[in-house]
Design a protein around this ligand. Structure first.
Ligand code: GDP
Ligand code: MN
Length: 380
């Protein structure tokens, strides 16, 4: 589970990790009021959305007058970042930046311990640094039995600084962040950038935390911060209709009866170099109502270019399924091509029923999959 920057910074403050004063706002007028309450010349307005890259998307703006606060707050509240509308902004005292560093602690499955990462190349392009100059990100395994004793934190702090004042500050931040992670069962804590100000103090200008879902029951205060994403809302809605649905981000929407067949369908799509948009098991029987609900769910996903319906008629006869599909598609208005593979009891009868519909009918699973992949590429 992810939390917002302002929530993570509240935890930071509770663990004595330096952050600037902040006020959360929902409107531009609230932001103007926050500006006067903070009583500092320069503030930063920051979109609070559960995704990174806000800076590049125009979700972070400086302001040094009430007028600019209002204008910038209005601008940020009007945008979407990676499809998420911004409904909250954080107004925070601006840090004066001499240099930006990167710091994070993640749970590392390979070493079964926490991994501390530090870099002098902090700021908004850490992914680029990790990709092109990975040697510029220093990695240190934290021994789970020793934790973060002074000798360790000082030693690793020397990878960024030589000045003893800064070594001590960073050392303290490492200890505090690790303690916070352990005590909250976090799987990731990231400070990017960790800012060095001209008067040589370190301050966390951004804050990101992710928690282990399986441990949330131990932390009711953190669990209470849960906000479902649009995807999670969809998954929940699907569950209430008796489906099991997982969004995967590709372009071939899948509707399959049975979890095993759904897995096999996704494998085959990958095999033919397509990208499944989702896992969707509509369960045993496939009546028309279910198909309508499932189609609506798939069509909500704007990435879906083709729908692949893969049905195995066992106890349910294929002619019944075909009639169900025809009835369902009378109610569904879409230009998206739909490929159907029907097999099992009465399959010839079922396919014959679909012959004059606008559905693309295939006999085998690989034929259906190739059709779907080609339709997605518009080469069919
Ligand atoms: P992200 O883009 O979602 O990671 O948001 P960040 O909070 O990391 O901000 C992105 C960038 O905005 C930072 O790397 C800084 O360059 C700039 N920025 C953010 N806060 C401040 C601030 O307090 N003062 C100054 N001068 N720049 C800031
Ligand atoms: Mn950041």
């Amino acid at each position: 589970m992810k939390i917002h920057e302002y929530q993570a910074k509240e935890l930071f403050a509770a663990y004595d990790i330096p952050v600037k004063k902040q006020i959360l706002c929902h409107t531009a007028d609230e932001a103007v009021d926050a500006y006067s309450r903070l009583n500092v010349p320069l503030v930063v307005l920051k979109a609070q959305v559960l995704t990174g890259g806000r800076g590049k998307a125009g979700g972070i703006k400086l302001a040094d007058s009430p007028e600019k606060v209002k204008a910038n707050a209005e601008a940020i509240l009007g945008i979407k970042i990676k499809d998420i509308p911004v409904d909250r902004i954080l107004v925070t005292e601006a840090a004066d930046i001499k240099k930006e560093y990167y710091m994070s602690i993640v749970v590392d499955r390979n070493t079964k311990s926490a991994l501390l990462m530090l870099s002098s190349d902090g700021g908004i392009d850490i992914e680029e640094v990790a990709h092109s100059t990975p040697e510029r990100i220093y990695k240190f395994q934290i021994d789970p039995l020793l934790g973060t004793p002074d000798f360790f934190t000082r030693k690793v702090a020397f990878s960024l600084f030589t000045d003893i004042k800064l070594i001590n500050q960073l050392s303290h931040i490492i200890k505090s962040l690790y303690k916070l992670m352990l005590e909250t069962d976090a799987s990731l804590a990231e400070i990017n950038p960790l800012v060095l100000t001209p008067d040589d103090t370190l301050v966390a200008v951004d804050a990101k935390m992710t928690f282990d879902d399986n441990a949330l029951y131990r932390h009711p205060q953190i669990a209470a911060l849960f906000e479902p994403t649009e995807e999670e809302k969809k998954e929940k809605e699907a569950k209430s209709k008796g489906f099991s649905y997982v969004h995967l981000g590709g372009e071939i929407g899948c509707m399959v009866n049975g979890a095993g067949l759904a897995m096999a369908t996704m494998d085959l799509i990958k095999r033919y170099r397509g990208k499944p948009a989702n896992f969707l098991d509509i369960g045993g029987s496939s009546n028309s109502e279910k198909v309508v609900h499932a189609m609506k769910l798939l069509l909500q996903d704007s990435d879906v270019k083709v729908v692949l319906i893969n049905i195995f008629g066992g106890i349910t006869r294929c002619d019944d399924v075909a009639n169900g599909l025809l009835k369902a598609f009378e109610q569904i208005d879409t230009d998206i091509p739909v490929v159907v593979r029907l097999t099992g009891t009465n399959e010839e009868l079922g396919r014959a029923l679909l012959k004059d519909s606008k559905l693309y009918v295939a006999n085998t699973m690989s034929e259906a999959t190739r059709m779907a992949v080609n339709l997605a590429l518009k080469t069919y």
